[in-house]
Design a protein. Structure first.
Length: 115
């Protein structure tokens, strides 16, 4: 009876330990590539959002000046009635949009946002 069990196990096909380890290594390399690719996509998204928010504040500053004949003192002045040119101050954990009331310049502190 024991001989029949041994004989039956000899004919079973399967993967060796080396083959399984190779598959695990390949999957690890592929997952590492995906992580770095996603990181680059996120950075480009944050940059695009910063540029868009900066442009929105620039337009709101110009609209404030066109309507009132004076420049706003801060971004907060653009979000309050009756001169509500922005719904809210644009801010995220990734970048900050700032306005200089002396030079009337709008800048973003994310790398490449002011280009």
């Amino acid at each position: 009876m024991l001989d029949r069990i041994r004989e039956a196990r000899k004919n079973q096909a399967g993967f060796t330990l080396i083959e399984l380890l190779i598959v695990i290594v390949i999957l690890g390399v592929l997952s590492g590539i995906v992580v770095f690719a996603v990181s680059g996509i996120q950075n480009r998204g944050h940059l695009a959002a910063c540029k868009s928010d900066r442009a929105s504040v620039e337009v709101a500053v110009e609209a404030f000046y066109a309507k009132n004949g004076t420049w706003p003192g801060s971004i907060a002045a653009l979000t309050t009635a009756p001169n509500q040119f922005l719904r809210s101050e644009p801010s995220t954990t990734y970048y900050t949009i700032s306005y200089d009331s002396t030079t009337h310049a709008v800048t973003g502190d994310y790398a490449g946002c002011n280009a």
